[in-house]
Design a protein around this ligand. Structure first.
Ligand SMILES: Nc1ncnc2c1ncn2[C@@H]1O[C@H](COP(=O)(O)OP(=O)(O)O)[C@@H](O)[C@H]1O
Ligand SMILES: [Mg+2]
Length: 306
């Protein structure tokens, strides 16, 4: 549904995007992840036709980016910092936006009522936006995006600034949308974990990983166990021994220990420790989870491979 290949974007001398590729299948929820400055907002602005790429091919629903009007009919965008008219009530704001979207008179009130209900804004629809919390404002911004009912939603960090309860509600709202193609950005993989079926991870303006989240979660969940033999001279032999195990994906020597990576910690770690202690006397064995940050670093060092 969304296809972006080889996108570059320069702002003067700043290279904001430096080869971004992104593919989102119809009807799926896709995460766009990366630290601040990675290029998430720029990518979303390009998909929204707000910013022109310096180079690269983009299409949404088979329509190339050049056909701006046709693209804009298919998408709705919630920007990173939505600008709302604070002096209007939620309903007034959504109504005026719906009119601007070109909906007919009868359709306007019908669609406004539908999104107000869908986003749980009924109780506050006649209150002024200036009184709303951050979470409520995000909800109004989402209502604006959804009122014209386009098939593609582009959401730039919609969950930042939300407390855990509001995040939960937001996730439920997005998961409850039927038949939409959703691209949602965040700086944290864990935030979008339950929401998305696939993700693109950006770093320094390039696509580092594009993967199904289940497969990524398995890789992210990968755990290692650090084993320190009593006799330091045994370290290399122990590493070679553990490397032979089918449970071990990699056994490396680090200082005075062997670090053995496994896929299934509950099953594999006891096996590895058992084998190590049969092989030689063990001083210490401790499991360690690979953090997301380490994965980023490792992945960047190895050109996108995990
Ligand atoms: N309008 C702009 N002018 C100059 N540099 C920009 C502009 N917008 C973004 N950048 C730069 O492009 C890079 C990517 O920014 P952005 O897309 O906002 O990242 P993210 O949303 O992932 O935090 C950053 O280095 C940022 O400073
Ligand atoms: Mg951003």
């Amino acid at each position: 549904m969304i296809t972006a290949d080889g996108i570059f974007k320069n702002y003067g001398k700043t290279q904001a995007l430096n080869n971004v590729s992104l593919h989102v299948e119809e009807g799926t929820i896709h995460g766009l992840i990366g630290p601040n400055g990675a290029g998430k907002s720029t990518t979303i602005k390009i998909l929204s036709t707000l910013v022109r790429p310096t180079r690269g091919e983009v299409s949404i629903g088979g329509v190339p980016l050049k056909k701006g009007r046709a693209i804009r009919k298919q998408i709705c965008v919630v920007p990173e910092t939505p600008r709302l008219h604070e002096y209007l009530t939620a309903r007034e704001e959504i109504t005026s936006y719906a009119r601007l979207s070109g909906l007919g008179r009868a359709q306007v009130s019908e669609r406004v009522s539908a999104v107000v209900k869908e986003l749980d804004l009924s109780a506050v629809q006649n209150q002024k936006i200036s009184r709303f919390s951050t979470g409520m404002k995000k909800r109004v911004a989402l209502a604006l995006a959804m009122v014209a009912d386009p098939p593609v939603l582009l959401l730039d960090e919609p969950m930042s600034g939300l407390d855990p309860v509001m995040r939960r509600q937001f996730k439920d709202t997005i998961l409850g949308l039927e038949g939409k193609t959703v691209l949602v950005s965040d700086h944290d993989l864990y935030t979008v974990d339950e929401l998305c079926t696939s993700v693109t991870i950006l770093q320094e303006g390039r696509t580092l990983i594009e993967d199904n989240i289940d497969s990524l979660r398995r890789k992210v969940g990968k755990v290692s166990v650090e084993i320190r033999p009593q006799d330091p001279k045994q370290i290399h032999n122990l590493a070679a021994e553990l490397q032979q195990m089918s449970h071990v994906t990699m056994a490396e020597v680090e200082k005075d220990s062997v670090v053995a990576s496994v896929n299934d910690p509950e099953k594999d770690i006891p096996e590895v420790i058992r084998r190590a202690s049969i092989y030689t006397d063990i001083m210490e064995a401790k499991p360690s989870k690979i953090s997301l940050e380490e994965i980023f670093i490792k992945c960047a060092a190895e050109g996108g491979e995990l």
